[in-house]
Ligand binder design. Structure first.
Ligand code: FAD
Length: 333
């Protein structure tokens, strides 16, 4: 026979004091805005600790650049193993931290490095993982857009500490100033994680343009450029935008593969995406259709990308882009 059971309310500590880890994201020696985005999402779940993995004596300077977003604590873990053993050492240290502290969740930026770290942490910590989330709710339910963005999936990790990678630019970040407490931790890195050594590495050559996956504005060129990206780059520069490319353009050798947007390239989610001379194949859409505003410049009015455009210009990009560039520059002056 059913009897009402006494209800045990969780203590205030249990409710309020859950800590969520984010892996602080850096470009060079500065925290990226993705760090603030991760913190914004994580703060819905609990008090945010940003974990900084740094080479010896490098942590304090990196931690000092984490000054935006709802971050309560910055936990600095220094080891030269992060430099010499790359992703394996980072994942090992993080997994050990997760096993030791059992945070409510671990959130990591959804780029190539972040996803590799996340996958390894999930395996090592025996946790469930969700990648490429575009949002995470207070109860840890993640939202993903799959099948080229045509389907929205809500899912929740049911085993272990949820490891979730969040796409840069997906959430509106809280950029309010913060001055988190700085703590230091020790890296526990197994011998297994040191089996491969990075013998040399070269940072990508950076032009003056923003990083593609983080940019607020992306201007992309496709086969319609016929190999001439000058108008695309000029328009991008007038807007302070990153330059992307379709696979047709990168396969032809017109633009580096590192700039390819799409299923087998990068996923971008900027405030504004301008597609120039790109038809709109499903594989291209997969990498850009979560952009907030989409402008399409194409001389074919039937180009499928017009279907998802907020604003379309039917015309030759070699006429349209220089005029648009002129207009933007004139407005700025
Ligand atoms: P096209 O489809 O040839 O379109 C060119 C467009 O330019 C046309 O619409 C034309 O009207 C327009 N145009 C021509 N001249 C002008 C002009 N002067 N002014 C304005 N418009 C002009 N593609 C990706 O982009 N990213 C991916 O990650 C990707 N991954 C793939 C993975 C797989 C497994 C496969 C099979 C394919 C993948 N593709 C990917 C390729 C994809 O299917 C398309 O072939 C590709 O996106 C086409 O690129 P495009 O739009 O530049 O070229």
């Amino acid at each position: 026979q059913w009897r009402p059971r006494p209800c045990e309310l969780p203590s205030r500590e249990e409710v309020d004091m859950s800590t969520v880890f984010i892996l602080a994201d850096f470009s060079g020696d500065k925290a990226t805005k993705t760090t603030a985005e991760l913190a914004t999402v994580a703060a819905r779940i609990g008090a945010v600790t940003a974990v900084v993995l740094a080479g010896s004596a490098k942590g304090a300077a990196l931690a000092a650049t984490i000054n935006q977003g709802p971050i309560a604590t910055v936990l600095v873990i220094e080891s030269d193993d992060f430099v010499s053993h790359g992703v394996a050492a980072s994942a090992d240290a993080l997994a050990n931290l997760v096993k030791e502290k059992s945070p409510a969740a671990l959130l990591i930026a959804s780029h190539a490095f972040g996803k590799e770290v996340a996958a390894r942490v999930a395996v090592l910590a025996d946790s469930g993982i969700i990648t490429d989330a575009v949002d995470v709710a207070a109860d840890g339910t993640a939202t993903q857009l799959v099948f080229g963005g045509s389907t929205t999936v809500h899912s929740k990790v049911s085993h272990g500490v949820p490891v979730i990678t969040v796409r840069p630019n997906s959430v509106e970040a809280d950029f309010s100033a913060s001055s988190p407490a700085i703590e230091s931790g020790t890296a526990t890195i197994s011998a297994d994680a040191k089996k491969a050594t990075v013998s040399s590495s070269q940072p990508p050559v950076k032009g003056g343009r923003p990083e593609l996956t983080e940019a607020n504005v992306v201007v992309s060129g496709g086969r319609g450029t016929d190999g001439n990206f000058t108008p695309v780059e000029a328009f991008a520069d007038s807007l302070g935008a990153a330059v992307g490319a379709s696979r047709a353009a990168t396969d032809a050798g017109w633009y580096p593969h590192s700039h390819q947007v799409g299923q087998t390239g990068k996923t971008v989610s900027p405030q504004l995406y301008v597609a120039c001379g790109i038809s709109g194949a499903i594989q291209h859409r997969a990498g850009m259709q979560t952009s907030k505003t989409i402008i399409v410049v194409n001389k074919d009015p039937e180009a499928p990308l017009f279907d998802i455009a907020d604003f379309g210009v039917v015309g030759d990009l070699f006429n349209v882009l220089p005029k648009a560039t002129e207009g933007v520059v004139a407005r700025k002056n």
